[in-house]
Design a protein around this ligand. Structure first.
Ligand SMILES: NC(=O)c1ccc[n+]([C@@H]2O[C@H](COP(=O)([O-])OP(=O)(O)OC[C@H]3O[C@@H](n4cnc5c(N)ncnc54)[C@H](O)[C@@H]3O)[C@@H](O)[C@H]2O)c1
Length: 481
């Protein structure tokens, strides 16, 4: 019995009766699923009572079990620095309306299951593709267990067309094996814009959302559910006409962002070469309302999404819609430009060091993929460190939010490292802590080359470094102090 597995009744405390509430399962307890599970458990009705009992489900692998154990202990299973998310998790576990399990039988209890599975883009003979076997199997698991009348909401970022051409047939197949019609379980698609930083929880519940249903009834059910979890008064939902349109919205949104970031790289190089401060120029352009969110040059693009999502358009065209001639050249160029961007910083450091990279020591400031988040997945710093090491350099890493860098299996300094013997300092990620750094005190008697790769340093910090006699260079800024 599932009750004995997830022990929903036993965890109810303080007079709350989470077992009487509709059960929402979250399939996949990673960066998106764990935070979504907490957000759903935190949802309240007009009387301030919890709306749902939430069961987070992950795989019975060491990693999946570790995530389940973390939630049971009231700990976030992913790297995060949002006190509100941590507090909401602790409160939900204490209340008893959030539990986690590796037992897929939990889906039999679900009124709603939210699908937060990963879907990596991999290269097959040089061409991007996705391996759908695991995703298909996970969807079939839902079809084999979820009760008639329930709803599946897919949040995984997928090649547009996947809900219609993969999810719906897999569910229908599993339902048919139970003697149930294809529409016994509703299907909807809605994507997250979650940002695992200081406003992690807010980035789920206080942000505009798009959704769509495989059928009008499923769209209605999805809208009703999201309206209980998200602050739809402040952030009205956008209903899109089809799940493919909604999937496309996610992929286009991230492709647009990745492409506009990549686009700035060539202008940054030009500005550096001709002695122009591109940040001043962009600030002036941004005053034009239609260009107010123009991107800026920087160290690179990382994270799980922007590094792969722009490739999903071409995957969808070729593999789901028989449109092999639609190749999405801007999007794929953006991915390769962004991937190579950290190496532009490395080459700049190399040019500034009198003896090049071999034997040099570099202090790298920032290893997470963006400012004020602790997530290191696909961090541009990883490419920088890997290539710097390959060129014979030693890299000492600092990050205010990361103590252990999982992908490189190294410990990271939590305090600015001592600079004795350091030839170059690279400010890679604009963490707030760096803007507050007393550079003069930190440097002491040392005079390393300093590269500001992401407009991290203030004019005052740059001027102090120049006054001390350091060589200071920037990505996107032609003037040298
Ligand atoms: N900031 C973000 O990371 C972000 C933002 C928006 C959307 N997305 C998208 O959301 C999706 C999930 O991303 P993520 O960052 O949470 O991935 P993740 O890798 O952190 O987590 C995925 C989890 O799913 C689990 N899992 C895999 N197969 C399973 C199965 N069959 N049953 C149960 N659990 C299973 C994995 O063990 C893992 O814990 C991706 O499509 C991603 O592109 C991510």
């Amino acid at each position: 019995m599932i009750e004995s597995v997830v022990d929903l009744g036993h965890v109810a405390r303080n007079g709350a009766s989470p077992t009487k509430l509709p059960v929402v399962c979250v399939q996949g307890l990673g960066f998106v699923g764990s935070a979504m599970a907490i957000a759903v458990a935190d949802a309240r009705d007009a009387r301030g009572e919890p709306c749902f009992s939430v069961v987070g489900v992950d795989l019975p692998t060491p990693d999946g079990r570790a995530k389940v154990d973390a939630i049971a202990a009231g700990r976030l299973p992913v790297a995060a620095n949002d006190g509100a998310l941590r507090a909401a998790l602790a409160a939900a576990v204490e209340r008893g309306n959030l539990v986690a399990t590796t037992d897929a039988a939990a889906y039999a209890l679900a009124s709603v299951t939210i699908v937060d599975l990963p879907l990596d883009v991999v290269l097959d003979d040089g061409r991007p593709t996705v391996r759908l076997e695991g995703f298909r199997a996970a969807i079939r698991t839902l079809g084999s267990a979820m009760p008639p009348g329930s709803l599946v909401i897919v949040e995984t970022t997928v090649p547009p067309g996947t809900t219609e051409k993969v999810v719906a047939p897999e569910l229908a197949h599993a339902l048919a094996e139970r003697g149930l019609p294809a529409d016994a379980i509703g299907i909807a698609y809605s994507y997250e814009r979650v940002m695992p930083g200081a406003s992690y929880l807010e980035s789920i519940v206080a942000i505009p959302r798009s959704f769509a249903g495989h059928t009008p009834a499923a769209a209605d059910a999805c809208e009703a559910f999201l309206s209980q979890v998200i602050d739809v008064q402040a952030h009205p939902l956008s209903r899109l006409p089809s799940t493919t349109a909604c999937e496309l919205a996610k992929v286009l949104e991230n492709s647009y962002r990745a492409t506009t970031i990549a686009f700035m790289e060539e202008w940054g190089r030009f500005a550096e070469a001709v002695g122009i401060d591109l940040f001043d120029v962009i600030a002036a352009i941004r005053r034009r309302p239609s260009h107010s969110n123009m991107r800026r040059p920087g160290f690179g693009v990382g994270g799980y999404c922007l590094t792969k999502d722009p490739l999903l358009g071409a995957v969808a065209a070729r593999e789901l819609h028989e449109l092999p001639d639609l190749e999405f050249p801007f999007s794929s160029l953006a991915v390769s430009v962004n991937r190579a961007m950290p190496l532009v910083s490395l080459r700049k450091v190399e040019a500034l060091l009198p003896h090049g990279l071999a034997g040099a020591t570099i202090a790298l400031m920032g290893v997470s993929y963006r400012e004020d988040v602790a997530d290191t997945r696909q961090s541009p710093s990883q490419a920088f460190v890997t290539e710097a090491r390959a060129c014979g350099a030693t890299v000492v890493c600092h990050d205010p939010l990361v103590r252990h860098w999982v992908e490189l299996a190294i410990d990271v300094h939590g305090e600015p490292p001592p600079l004795a013997g350091v030839d170059a300092v690279v400010f890679a990620i604009p963490h707030k802590a760096y803007r507050e750094l007393d550079v003069e005190r930190w440097l002491g008697d040392e005079r390393p080359v300093v590269l500001d790769s992401s407009d991290v340093l203030s004019p005052g910090q740059r001027a102090a470094l120049a006054r001390l006699g350091c060589t200071v260079a920037s990505i996107g800024r032609g003037e040298r102090g």
